[in-house]
Design a protein around this ligand. Structure first.
Ligand code: HGY
Ligand code: MN
Ligand code: MN
Length: 427
């Protein structure tokens, strides 16, 4: 009789850990401020390590500060199955974006042990470094270097707004956890599973408990710098000014006119906007702003991203404009073989389920280039996310972990994991 490890998932333990982890960087409005490589995240990592050690998992990290908790399999030399997400948050983030997937993975490991099982392959609970990209841009740095999409040399020089580099921040984290074994960067993996909140309203509106994710839309991010000249607010005439803010406003309006589409399918966001010297009586000499452009068609992301430099140049007025692209990711699709396993497990366990795309980005994007990868979603209230009011139900949280655990145990015990990186990952 097939072992149902899902029966050993403990929803109460899962919820307590979610609430405990949310204490690290807790905000007054009930969210979290736990930026990548911050003191809050260092403290949260230590708690995860404590939880892992308490149930016999083996903690480790790598030069990119990805965090691993290994449930050693019967055949530990086989490529392990990875299960996880991220614990860094947006500045005014919610308790569950990312954290749900890491705590779900920990609960999955504990349920497998609770069922008295030890799968063939090791199962690694993973918290990827800097998924959100709000302190250090672009995001998904940890999963990108693990999957070979970026090099350490690409991420180490990146600085936050206080001027600290990723290199220095990584050294601070390393110094805070000197006893954590350090592994080389990357290793073969049999597969990766990520549970995440939907961050949209589809599941909630259709009454579905489990979302099997089909794809992640394409994404390009840019940094635009508008250079003018600082001058006196009282003495400089408008005709002589090189007002970087006035030009930046013209550039933003021109970009919106060129990129926003009638059907409202293009996701174009300017989330960060810095004015210098940001003094009331100084005409701004410099403006920097971010662009986050997304669409589920590769051709559209390519075409719209390609016109950005020219649109900026045309609207710059008396200022200079420079555009730097930070990342360019095509849409990705998850393998049907793994999606079918998630759907079958949800069905066996009696949960309503459907397939849906992910407009949000996830570490699974890069892991899907490294090993067969799949994602499942659970509903989040009103689709609210990247917001302190983010909320999920304990019942949905538990349902997601039951499905995750069933499939993770299947794959960790399988001869080979079918999937997207060109077929099977053999023993
Ligand atoms: O931006 C994203 O899509 C992810 O939530 N960081
Ligand atoms: Mn996330
Ligand atoms: Mn996020």
């Amino acid at each position: 009789m097939a072992v149902s490890v899902a029966a050993h998932v403990d929803g109460g333990r899962l919820w307590r850990r979610l609430m405990d982890l949310a204490r690290f960087g807790a905000t007054e409005k009930g969210g979290v401020h736990r930026l990548a490589l911050s003191d809050e995240e260092i403290a949260a990592r230590a708690e995860l390590v404590r939880w892992g050690l308490a149930i016999g998992l083996e903690p480790a990290t790598d030069p990119a500060a990805n965090l691993f908790l290994r449930l050693r399999g019967r055949e530990p030399d086989l490529p392990p199955l990875l299960v996880g997400s991220h614990i860094d948050s947006q500045p005014t983030g919610g308790k569950f974006d990312g954290a749900y997937g890491v705590i779900a993975a920990l609960e999955c490991a504990e349920a497998i042990l609770g069922a008295g099982q030890r799968p063939r392959r090791s199962l690694e609970v993973v918290a990827w470094m800097n998924e959100e990209g709000s302190r250090f841009a672009p995001g998904m740095m940890g999963s990108a270097v693990f999957a070979g999409v970026r090099r350490m040399a690409d991420i180490e020089p990146v600085r936050d707004r206080a001027g600290m580099s990723v290199r220095d921040a990584l050294e601070r984290v390393r110094a805070a956890e000197p006893d954590l074994p350090l592994r080389p960067l990357s290793f073969p993996a049999a597969g990766f599973l990520e549970a995440h909140i939907e961050q949209g309203v589809t599941l909630e509106r259709t009454g579905m408990t489990i979302g099997v994710v089909t794809s992640i839309q394409g994404k390009r991010t840019f940094r635009v710098t508008v250079e003018g000249a600082e001058s006196h607010a009282g003495t400089s005439r408008r005709a002589e000014r090189r007002d970087a803010l006035a030009s930046a406003v013209d550039v933003v309006k021109a970009l919106q006119a060129a990129i926003w589409d009638e059907a409202d399918t293009v996701r174009f966001t300017i989330g960060q906007f810095t004015v210098s010297p940001n003094a009331p009586s100084v005409v701004p000499g410099r403006v920097e702003f971010s662009i986050d452009l997304r669409h589920d068609e590769a051709t559209t992301v390519r075409a719209l991203g390609d016109i950005i430099p020219e649109v900026c140049a045309r609207a710059r007025g008396p200022c200079e404009v420079s555009v730097r692209e930070l990342l360019s990711d095509e849409p990705i699709a998850f393998p049907k073989t793994l999606r079918d396993r998630l759907a079958a497990a949800a069905g066996r366990l009696g949960f309503t389920h459907c397939e849906l795309p992910s407009p949000a980005g996830h570490d699974s994007r890069y892991l899907s280039r490294h090993c067969p990868t799949a994602m499942l979603f659970i509903p989040c209230k009103d689709g609210i996310s990247h917001n302190e009011a983010e909320s999920i139900s304990p019942a949905d949280a538990e349902a997601g972990v039951r499905v995750l655990t069933e499939v993770a145990f299947e794959l960790a015990d399988a001869d080979a994991v079918p999937g997207s990186t060109g077929g099977m990952t053999r023993l």
